[in-house]
Design a protein around this ligand. Structure first.
Ligand code: GDP
Length: 319
């Protein structure tokens, strides 16, 4: 495919085209993804999540500039599960555009929800593959803190950064959203503001509790560092990059990199199988049958458990 050739050569317009294809979820997107899959697996993916206003965009911006100085190419995907718009500019993009536009070593893309959240997580994973194949070495995936969507998207990242900031109420937002356990690195941003130290201390306490449960969890020996930053002035950002590199080394040395990769591939495969099975199932059974069943279940003439058994019996090979 001509498009794939151009993409592998790093052609930005080919990258943008393919991402649009993924967002439209067409069959040609799947074909293209299959063709470029052998060229993926080289990029390092960093997830950045946290409540709105904590400074994620500013931080990602500064990290991108830092990695560019180290001569590494950078992809940025900003995911907003709460917004129905896509392809356009999210709030943080405006700042980003001003700072990073015009650098051919950076590719920025916003994505928003279309249909289910599962769909968005899959689309994000696919866009990561596109940027990876196009040769972007560091890929930052920024998500607005909203719970389950973050957790799903974090599973596709190698290192996940959870950003906190003082002054957003007494609670630590990540605890409220139940996302502390996905953090490989914590950042307390806006360290120029009052309350940054107590936010960091509160996180420290969570980690002390959490450490016990972590012993049996995914990263038994990794203790997430807490980095204080003033992203607005680029302060402390170098230390965040160091924490990313340390975590990366930890993943490699502990063998967790491979383990997580296999886990991710398996989850993706299972998800794709169930989607494809469901698609074929309804193609064969017909949507009309479903409506009929819904009517009968609503009238309590039938229960959903028996309905599923009946439908599956129809699918069984005859003879
Ligand atoms: P996001 O919603 O998490 O992506 O947050 P943004 O990066 O858009 O930042 C939200 C606001 O906080 C913006 O007005 C930033 O300029 C500001 N901000 C970001 N970092 C800092 C910081 O270190 N200190 C202070 N005082 N403000 C910051």
């Amino acid at each position: 495919m001509e498009l794939i050739k151009r993409l592998l050569a790093g052609d930005r317009r080919a990258v943008a085209r393919l991402i649009s294809m993924i967002e439209n979820n067409g069959p040609e997107a799947r074909e293209a993804l299959a063709a470029l899959y052998p060229h993926t697996g080289r990029a390092y993916v960093v997830g950045v999540t946290g409540a709105p206003g904590t400074g994620k965009s500013t931080l990602v911006n500064e990290l991108a500039k830092l990695y560019r100085k180290k001569d590494r190419t950078v992809g940025i995907i900003a995911v907003d599960p709460t917004s129905p718009f896509s392809g356009g500019a999210l709030l943080g993009d405006r700042i980003r555009m001003r700072d990073l536009a015009g650098d051919p070593g950076i590719f920025i893309r916003s994505m928003a929800t279309r249909g289910s959240l599962g769909g968005l997580a899959q689309a994000t994973a696919d866009v990561i593959k596109v940027l990876d194949a196009a040769g972007y070495q560091m890929i930052f995936v920024e998500t607005v803190g909203a719970g389950q969507a973050e957790v799903d998207i974090a599973k596709t990242a190698h290192t996940t950064i959870v950003v906190e900031a003082p002054g957003l109420g007494d609670e630590i937002q990540a605890i409220k959203a139940g996302i502390t356990e996905i953090a490989d690195v914590f950042v307390v941003n806006k360290a120029d503001r009052e309350g940054a130290d107590s936010t960091a201390m509160a996180l420290e306490m969570v980690l002390n509790f959490d450490h016990v449960s972590r012993l049996s969890s995914q990263s038994p020996t990794w203790r997430p560092p807490i980095c204080k930053t003033i992203a607005l002035h680029g302060e402390g950002v170098e230390a965040v990059a160091e924490a990313i590199e340390e975590h990366r080394a930890y993943l490699r040395e502990s063998g967790e990199f491979q383990r997580r990769e296999r886990e991710r591939i398996e989850a993706e495969l299972r998800e794709m199988i169930s989607q494809e099975m469901a698609r074929r199932f309804f193609q064969r059974v017909g949507e009309g049958v479903l409506k009929d069943l819904v009517d009968r279940i609503a009238r309590r003439e039938l229960d959903p458990y028996s309905a599923v058994a009946m439908l599956l019996a129809k699918m069984a090979p005859r003879g």
